[in-house]
Design a protein around this ligand. Structure first.
Ligand SMILES: NC(=O)CC[C@H](N)C(=O)O
Length: 348
């Protein structure tokens, strides 16, 4: 009799859990997906206008994929994304998963800094549950607005049982990107995102999700970056190198009390004599200087043309400058030891 009872209980639990649709919370932050204009083209539209409730109404059938609730975290064009909003997002996401309020999270976000938010959360969300960012290139009032389709696809991915444990992702124009590698690669087109070093990790097509890769550079449940009590992050600036560049930006960061500098170098994280001298002075003052590159893909390797040992610099591996800045800011909340910081760049 006992085994039969157990079987019935197990069957009941299985059936009821199958009957439950996945619970998805959409955290809205603004962007073109919530943009509004006076005409059907993109002239003078404003990003971050439409509330999450109206966005959802524009996506017929979305309620069949998941039990969806929406929360407005911010409503800004993502050029105005801030550390304040990042900390708020991090806190809310960690709380949602710790309290088991949802099975997955979708974040609607402007495209300009979407790659930065994706990587910030990839490093700081303490969970293996799916977190998916999306947005659009055309405002909600434009012809063939891409927002509703992207939102539908993002919810599809977040609700899929195979989406866990892949770190934070960006879903855009039917591609699924790893939040670490993804980068905006077109200023205006609807296929705005690329993954320059990996390619997309999967595709979403007519409600079906297909994965090809599982990124291993993610922090997940083991993240060392606990920023739950952080009100600000250590200041890190980016200095852009080009032919005959002067080192004013670097000197200014030192003067302003920044804790770290990312060099958006040429080639393999390279720079001229003016930059070299300014970097040497910054390192002597205790700033952590990371060599990255503005090439757009590929690694920056140690001890190549630049002697990192002598100069006291570390390298970003294949993180672009804006992502290297995020890892350095988070890394500096834990340590100022350059060996440990360098190890973060090879791990995350
Ligand atoms: N396509 C967009 O989302 C760009 C609009 C705006 N600049 C933003 O990033 O939010």
């Amino acid at each position: 009799m006992k085994p039969l009872c157990t079987l019935i209980v197990v069957l009941f639990v299985c059936i009821t859990s199958f009957a439950q649709p996945p619970r998805i919370i959409i955290l809205a932050t603004g962007g073109t997906i919530a943009g509004e204009g006076a005409s059907a083209d993109r002239a003078a539209y404003t990003a971050g206008k439409v509330p999450i409730e109206s966005l959802l109404k524009a996506v017929p059938g979305i309620e069949k994929i998941a039990a969806i609730t929406g929360e407005q975290i911010a409503n800004v064009g993502s050029q105005d994304m801030s550390i304040d909003i990042w900390l708020k997002l991090n806190k809310r996401i960690n709380e949602i998963f710790a309290n088991n309020e949802a099975d997955g999270i979708v974040i609607t976000h402007g495209t300009d800094t979407q790659e930065e938010t994706a990587y910030f959360l990839n490093l700081s969300v303490r969970s293996g549950k799916p977190v998916v960012l999306t947005g659009s290139m055309r405002p909600s009032t434009a012809i063939s607005a891409d927002g509703p389709k992207n939102l539908y696809d993002a919810v599809t991915v977040a609700a899929n049982t195979r989406s866990g444990g892949r770190g934070v992702m960006v879903v855009f124009n039917e591609s699924i990107f790893d939040g670490r590698d993804v980068s905006k690669g077109s200023t205006t087109k609807v296929d705005a995102f690329r993954s320059p070093n990996l390619g997309p990790i999967g595709q979403v097509y007519d409600g079906k999700v297909i994965y090809y890769m599982n990124p291993i550079r993610k922090a997940d449940k083991e993240t060392p970056f606990d920023i739950s009590t952080q009100k600000v992050l250590p200041k890190v600036g980016i200095a852009y190198m080009y032919a005959d560049a002067e080192a004013g930006a670097i000197n200014n960061f030192v003067k302003e009390g920044y804790k770290g500098i990312i060099i958006a170098g040429v080639g393999n994280g390279n720079f001229n004599k003016a930059f070299y001298d300014a970097i040497a002075a910054a390192v002597k003052k205790g700033l952590v200087v990371v060599r990255s590159s503005h090439v757009g893909s590929g690694r920056v390797t140690q001890f190549d043309e630049v002697d990192d040992k002598n100069l006291g610099t570390i390298v970003s591996d294949d993180l672009n400058p804006q992502k290297a800045r995020i890892l350095l800011m988070l890394g500096l909340t834990q340590t100022s030891n350059k060996d440990i910081l360098q190890s973060y760049f090879f791990k995350y």
